[in-house]
Design a protein around this ligand. Structure first.
Ligand SMILES: [Zn+2]
Length: 64
């Protein structure tokens, strides 16, 4: 999959897979790492393949 340059620029960059894995923490966080074909580094993504995650409601709206 191709990564958009704008996404690449604002994402955190990891020089190695091990670093990305460490930053992602446990699998429970739902974060996955992937190799970016723009910068050849690793980024983290919360998007799971083939699985839609419903967006949590905005906290500001509820706090009232
Ligand atoms: Zn990148």
């Amino acid at each position: 999959m191709r990564t958009r340059l704008s996404v690449c620029k604002r994402k955190r960059r990891f020089g190695s897979e091990a670093e990305a894995l460490a930053a992602a923490g446990t699998p429970k966080t739902g974060l996955r790492h992937y190799r970016c074909d723009r910068c050849r580094s690793f980024h983290l993504t919360s998007r799971l393949k083939g699985k839609r995650i419903p967006r949590p409601p905005a906290n500001e709206v509820i706090a009232r």
